[in-house]
Structures are given as structure tokens and as C-alpha cells.
Design a protein around this ligand. Structure first.
Ligand code: GLN
Length: 530
């Protein structure tokens, strides 16, 4: 048995119960007491990583420091825990099968038939232990994607059953308690799901419920009685005003004492929530309201921009403001209606994106921001479009464009990165992960970070074309950040009015306890005309 302890979180009844937020909240409760905690997530899909997934279907693709493209839940973990996770925090069905088949082709199984048990389950346990070693975690929280009973996670649950025989493991079942009439909460689905887990040899020692109203004492007792747990080990995961309140809500119910007992932790350890509480209070009772227009493409799915929306929550708490960020469809914006659409907003943001659709609307919105002094923030594609707008309308470079949208473009002010030219495969082939950027003193970028070198995460194939740098500088565009070695332009800005954009995705590193500097800068500029 290793020294790391494990908490396994399993969803039951249905998806969408907020398992990622629950996992993050439990991790925070332990981290606040000084434990070195690391989350790990299993996703059953056969994609090796999330890089090839469409945000329309699956929400945002999150990127870690080492460039691994992962599920949005990793963003939640990092935002709560204020740590940067390694790629090994993510195990997918695709990764596991790829490895097993590669080993089989190498003859590594010495003539044996390759089976789910023990080969696949051993591979899972080995990865988990390797992660425990690498992170030196006191406690690892393993979140299992999907719901108990799904085809995709059955073998992973079997691996967890085995892990519990070899290590110190506590299982937590997250469940849903529906009510038919206002008064009566129904625990039968929970009982059935619990039995399903028991039939797999998994015995949840803690049960956490979602429901419409507060969990009644009666329902609690029933769950305890039928699911073989003490009443004290049944917790309520209610609707909260902000997700960052959930750890506090669980604390109030005495969650730490129960988990400490089950895992053999120090029951007397105290947590200091004062700073966290302050931020939560600021989110709940803001002084100002700022309206931001996000001009995007995936506007029907809020999850596609979740890191940006959360970055606004963090930065908002910092400046005492609630940010109402409206997702506007870039395709619906044209020269005629732009003023009418954007006039009500205090700030404009153009996020990252791929493909041609909506590009013109984005450029028109950026021009509006520049000409009407509406504070502007551009992220990745939002920077590329800021450069195109400036090239066309200020530097008068005719037909300036990105070669992503016009490969025969005569003036490609945004062009494919040299190292990207030969690549044909789609998965994990972009400029991905953490890169350094040097900021020039006296710029808005430098003032926002107050540092000369910063690290942000990236995910792109195109960059500002160095052939046009001189012309753009001459026309007045400011380059505030560059990569020190290959001189890629990482940040540009306007001189006259607040407009700043970066090739990076600073939203991916925004945390409640450490909001992204560029988001704070944008909101401060916006507050001036609220
Ligand atoms: N499509 C652009 C590129 O690949 C921008 C990518 C992004 O916004 N993440 O460079």
C-alpha cells in the first residue's frame, strides 16, 4: 500500500449533476487543511484527448500547461484549487486502448490473450499510482465520467474495486433525489443506483444528493437505512448562488469530519476560509454591474466559453462587479446594425475560435470598439482579428486577412506558423500549452501583469506574420508581448483607447484566488464608463 489515499466519486441516476464542481469542492476542503490534493479524471470516450472535439457538442476544450487538451472539468479543478495540473491527470478510454493495443502489437503480453481484467484494469491502476508518485499527493480524488451503469465506465469501476483492496479508498456516490409533489422526496432511484454499485463490489461510504429543495430529514434517513451508511454520511449538495460557495456549504454540514474519519486523516485540522469567503461574498453582493458583449460562434452553448465566463467571475470579485457577459452571434453583426447592437455594452471581447464563419462580424465589432472607445479584449483569434482590422482600416493594407480564411490572400497579416506547415494530422498538433512571453514596459499589457515575463497557455496554428510588423507598427499598433526566442508576437494593443489582445488564452489560468490580469484590466477600463 502506498502512502497516498484515494477518494473515488461516482455519479448515479443521471448526468449533469455537477460532479466536477463537487469533486473540486471536496478537494478544496482538504487542501484548505494543508493536504496535498490532486484530482484525476477518467472519461470513457474513445477519443485519446479532447483536442478533436467540437465545442458545440462537448463544451470548451481546456488546455493544461504541458499542452494536453482535456475536458472542461479540469478547468473547474484548477479554478478551485489554484494549481496547474499535469496531463496525466486525465485518463480517457482512448488513451487506455491505444496503449494496450500498442503493447499487444509489441508482443509485450508474452503470448497471452489480452483481457479487460487483468490487463486493462492493471493499466489503469498503474497510471493512477504513477500519478500519485509524480504529484506526491496525500490524497487523490478520482472522478469517474458518466454515470454508474454506463457501458463506457464499467471496466474503470472494476479497476476501482480492485484498487480499494490494495489501497486506502473511500467511495462517494453522487445522486439525484426527485420530488413528484412539492413535499415528497423520492429516494428509490438512489437506492437502486446504490444497489447497482454494490453488485459491482463497490460500497459507497458517503452519499451526496442533488435535489430541487433542501434534502429532508426523512429522505436522509431513508437513504442511510437502505444504502447502508450512517445518516451523518449523507450530505446535501443544494443549488448555490455561485459554485464557489459549495465547499462552504459542505463544511457547514460537517463534511470534513466524516471524510477524515473514513480516510484516517487528522480530525482536528482546521481550515481558514476567510479569504475565500470574502471573494464569495463579493460575487454574491457586487457594487457594480458591467455588461460585456462576447462576439462568438458557439453562442448557443454556454459551456463553449466557460473559462471566459469564470474568468469574469474571478476578475469581477476583484473589482467588486458582477459581469453580465452576453454571447452574441458574430454572423448576425454587420455594418448597419453594429452600433445598435453594441452600444449598450461596457466592454467587448472576441474569444478564440476556428474557421471562417462569423469572421466579418468579429472584425466589424472590433472596428466599432476602436472607434467608439469601448474597452476591448481579444483572445487568440480575437487578437488575430484585431490585427486584421487594424491592417485593413488603419494601416490601409488592402485585403489584409488571415491565411486560415483565405489561403490565396495577397496580404496575409496572419499566417500559418512555420512549424505547422507540414502537419496534416489534427490531434495534439497545434502550438499547445504554456509558453513564456516578454512584456514591454510602458504598455497596457505590462501594466496589467506588472511583470516582465509571464506564462500563458496557447492553442493555435496561426500567428502574426513578421513580414508586416514594421508596417503595422508604423501605423500605430503597439506590440506589447513577444516570445523571446522565436519572436512570435504574443500581445498587441491600441495606443489611444483600451484595446488589448493576446495570442494566448489567459482565461485558462484564471482562478478565484488569482484572477487573470487582462480580465481585471478590461473590467477596470469598463468601469470608467459604467
Ligand atoms: N484559428 C486560429 C489559429 O489556429 C485561432 C485559434 C484560437 O483562437 N484558439 O491560430
Amino acid at each position: 500500500m502506498g502512502s497516498t489515499k484515494y477518494i473515488v466519486i461516482i455519479g448515479s441516476i443521471m448526468s449533469g449533476l455537477g460532479k466536477g464542481i463537487l469533486t473540486s469542492s471536496i478537494a478544496k476542503i482538504l487542501q484548505m487543511r494543508g493536504y496535498n490534493v490532486f484530482p484525476l479524471k477518467f472519461d470513457g470516450y474513445l477519443n485519446v484527448d479532447c483536442g478533436t472535439m467540437n465545442p458545440f457538442r462537448h463544451g470548451e476544450v481546456f488546455v493544461l500547461d504541458d499542452g494536453t487538451e482535456v475536458d472542461m472539468d479540469f478547468g473547474t479543478y484548477e479554478r478551485f484549487l489554484n494549481i496547474s495540473l499535469p496531463g496525466n491527470a486525465s485518463i480517457t478510454g482512448g488513451k487506455l486502448f491505444q496503449k494496450i493495443i500498442e503493447k499487444e502489437r509489441n508482443g509485450d503480453f508474452l503470448g497471452r490473450d489480452v483481457q479487460f481484467v487483468p490487463h486493462l484494469t492493471d493499466e489503469i491502476k498503474e497510471r493512477i499510482r504513477k500519478y500519485a508518485n509524480e504529484t506526491k499527493a496525500d490524497i487523490i480524488l478520482i472522478e469517474i465520467g458518466g454515470t454508474v451503469g454506463d457501458l463506457e465506465n464499467g471496466y474503470f469501476l472494476e479497476a476501482m474495486r480492485q484498487l480499494a483492496r490494495e489501497e486506502e479508498v473511500v467511495f462517494i456516490q453522487l445522486t439525484y433525489v426527485p420530488s413528484i409533489s412539492a413535499k415528497e422526496q423520492k429516494t428509490k432511484p438512489t437506492q437502486h443506483a446504490n444497489r447497482l454499485l454494490l453488485s459491482m463490489g463497490i460500497n459507497p461510504e458517503i452519499i451526496i444528493t442533488r435535489e430541487q429543495e433542501e434534502l429532508s430529514e426523512d429522505a436522509k434517513e431513508k437513504i442511510a437505512m437502505y444504502c447502508n451508511v450512517n445518516k451523518e454520511a449523507v450530505f446535501d449538495d443544494p443549488l448555490v448562488d455561485t459554485i464557489y460557495e459549495l465547499p462552504l456549504v459542505l463544511e457547514k454540514q460537517g463534511f470534513y469530519l466524516i471524510i477524515a474519519k473514513k480516510l484516517g486523516l487528522d480530525e482536528k485540522k482546521e481550515a481558514d476560509w476567510s479569504e475565500w469567503k470574502k471573494r464569495v461574498d463579493k460575487i454574491k453582493t457586487p457594487k457594480h454591474v458591467i455588461s460585456v458583449a462576447l462576439i462568438g460562434k458557439y453562442t448557443k452553448v454556454k459551456d463553449a466559453y466557460v473559462s471566459i465566463l469564470e474568468a469574469f467571475v474571478h476578475a469581477g470579485a476583484e473589482v467588486n462587479a458582477k459581469v453580465n457577459c452576453n454571447l452574441l452571434d458574430a454572423e448576425k453583426i454587420n455594418n448597419e446594425n453594429v452600433s445598435e447592437i453594441l452600444r449598450p455594452y461596457n466592454a467587448i471581447i472576441v474569444p478564440g475560435g476556428f474557421g471562417k464563419r462569423g469572421i466579418n462580424g468579429k472584425i466589424i465589432a472590433i472596428k466599432y470598439a476602436r472607434e467608439h472607445s469601448t474597452p476591448y479584449l481579444g483572445l487568440c483569434l480575437g487578437m488575430q482579428m484585431m490585427v486584421v482590422e487594424y491592417a485593413r482600416n488603419v494601416a490601409k493594407i488592402e485585403n489584409a486577412n488571415s491565411s486560415e480564411f483565405d489561403d490565396k490572400c495577397i496580404n496575409p497579416v496572419i499566417d500559418i506558423l512555420p512549424e505547422q506547415q507540414q502537419i496534416t494530422k489534427k490531434g495534439a498538433t497545434m502550438r499547445l500549452g504554456k509558453y513564456i512571453m516578454n512584456l514591454r514596459k510602458g504598455t497596457r499589457g505590462y501594466d496589467a501583469y506588472n511583470e516582465e515575463s509571464v506564462f500563458e497557455r496557447h492553442r493555435h496554428r496561426y500567428e502574426m506574420n513578421p513580414e508586416f510588423t514594421a508596417k503595422l507598427l508604423e501605423a500605430g499598433l503597439v506590440i506589447s508581448g513577444i516570445h523571446p526566442k522565436n519572436k512570435i508576437t504574443e500581445m498587441v494593443e491600441w495606443k489611444e483607447t483600451f484595446g488589448i489582445a493576446t495570442q494566448a488564452h489567459p482565461e485558462l489560468k484564471s482562478r478565484l484566488e488569482k484572477p487573470a490580469p487582462l480580465f481585471i484590466a478590461l473590467l477596470k477600463a469598463a468601469l470608467k464608463n459604467v
